[in-house]
Design a protein. Structure first.
Length: 464
């Protein structure tokens, strides 16, 4: 009765979640049958395995016996052959323009696009060469410490191992035209730039490398990779404070080495009205001791030499400045160096002024410096080396033209003037009403005294 009541209640409420349903179970006989079948299969496989091993072993031995002395080798088409070494190498044609900033185009030292050349290193000198087919070349970034010890040779594996990738979550480290085609031994590189600085790797320096894309060389020999010198990549914001090489006359004075923008030296110079490279150079020529005094003891002698040397690599303009007196006229270059002088109707080139009274000439130049804004400015071409009026301020102005420079005291040093090198005449030309005749050949003049303009009387000292 109890069981019947239970079945009636469960059929009356079939949707209730706690209602129990009857489950079908396998019979005992079926379970026993499956166990017996599994055991039979296992026994069959256990007996079959040694038989198969024996048959396979016998067949292999028969095959080797029939092959005689022939060895088992892989098909030549399946073997990986290493590229044969060769004397060909990729090189970058010129050094890089430094410093390099993120987001700025990478160019060579002449501010031109990079170029990759194919050279033959058989002899001690690189000789450009070419192949009968083009090569695909890839530009990569390398660790600045590779190769160790400034080695000149390396393997392809060593080169690939030292390629630097971008940091996690960053853009590709190098962007732009990273694959170029080398034809006739020459490949121009398009615009490429860094997206990240080099401060996060151990060496804190990068190199640019160039390698032949695998499979591009048809002859099966290896072309050695190219790499540049090691360099630092700075953040773009640092470009706002970078130094100019070479500086321009109109550049702000903090563009010079050792003078930081808004730094102590910059503020001291600005307080004295020295705001440009030209103003810095003019005072370094006229009164270097005063310029040193303005900079103060914080400017060491070594720092001073670095700053002045950098300033004197500036690009000079073709402007000339004329200072007039009652019986003299001085022609000065943009940094207050004497180029020519007209005294009592006689023209003196820079070499002809070497025997003049030093103090006299310095006074005239100093007066012209203090009245610079009132000097006559003209466009001119001159092939005379300007005369320095201070013997202790000797340097190189510009980088292209080296000439002998005669100082006032008769000594000789080397300097160069950024002037028109194409002038071949022995006289100077200015677009002015001032006309001067060349100095008499083989004659030099000196001045015994120079207390005033009226005392400027030429006296022949010697004739060659």
């Amino acid at each position: 009765m109890g069981a019947k009541r239970f079945l009636d209640e469960s059929s009356k409420y079939p949707d209730q979640p706690n209602a129990k349903r009857m489950k079908t179970r396998p019979s005992f006989a079926s379970v026993i049958g499956e166990v017996v079948m599994v055991n039979c299969l296992q026994n069959f496989f256990s007996a079959l395995e040694p038989m198969l091993r024996k048959v396979v072993s016998e067949e292999v031995e028969n095959g080797i016996r029939k092959g005689g002395s022939r060895s088992l080798t892989k098909s030549p088409s399946l073997r990986i052959q290493a590229l044969e070494p060769s004397s060909l190498q990729l090189v970058f044609s010129k050094r890089l323009s430094l410093p390099i900033f993120t987001g700025s185009k990478i160019v060579d030292v002449e501010s031109s696009p990079l170029h990759i050349l194919l050279v033959d290193t058989t002899s001690n000198h690189f000789v450009t060469t070419s192949l009968s087919y083009p090569l695909k070349v890839e530009i990569v970034v390398l660790d600045g410490d590779f190769p160790p010890g400034d080695r000149e040779t390396w393997t392809r594996e060593e080169f690939d191992k030292n390629i630097v990738r971008e940091r996690i979550g960053k853009r590709p480290l190098l962007t732009g035209d990273l694959q170029v085609t080398l034809r006739d031994g020459f490949a121009p590189v398009g615009e490429i730039e860094f997206t990240d600085n080099s401060s996060w790797i151990r060496s804190r320096r990068f190199r640019l490398g160039a390698r032949v894309v695998q499979g591009s060389s048809r002859q099966g020999f290896r072309v050695s990779e190219a790499m540049t010198e090691a360099f630092v990549v700075k953040d773009h914001r640092g470009e706002l404070y970078k130094k100019h090489h070479p500086p321009m006359l109109e550049d702000e004075v903090w563009r010079l080495e050792k003078i930081g923008k808004d730094g102590a030296f910059h503020k001291k110079l600005a307080s004295m009205g020295i705001n440009t490279v030209q103003e810095f150079l003019k005072l370094s020529v006229v009164d270097p001791s005063k310029l040193k005094k303005i900079l103060g003891v914080g400017m060491s002698e070594k720092m001073w030499e670095v700053t002045v040397k950098h300033a004197r690599t500036c690009v000079m303009s073709n402007k000339l400045y004329i200072s007039h007196g009652s019986n003299y006229t001085l022609v000065l270059n943009p940094i207050c160096q004497v180029v020519k002088a007209l005294i009592n109707g006689q023209t003196y080139p820079s070499k002809g002024l070497t025997t003049m009274n030093r103090a006299c000439l310095e006074n005239l130049v100093r007066e012209a410096y203090h009245n610079w804004s009132s000097l006559e400015e003209v466009d001119g071409l001159v092939n005379e080396t300007p005369l320095l009026t201070q013997g202790d301020v000797v340097g190189s102005i510009g980088k292209s033209y080296q000439q002998h420079l005669f100082l006032i005291d008769g000594s000789m040093d080397v300097a160069s003037a950024a002037i028109n090198a194409n002038m071949e005449c022995n006289d100077w030309l200015v677009t002015s009403t001032l006309v001067c005749s060349p100095v008499e050949a083989g004659v030099r003049y000196n001045f015994s005294e120079c207390s005033s303009d009226d005392d400027l009387q030429p006296a022949r000292s010697y004739i060659l």
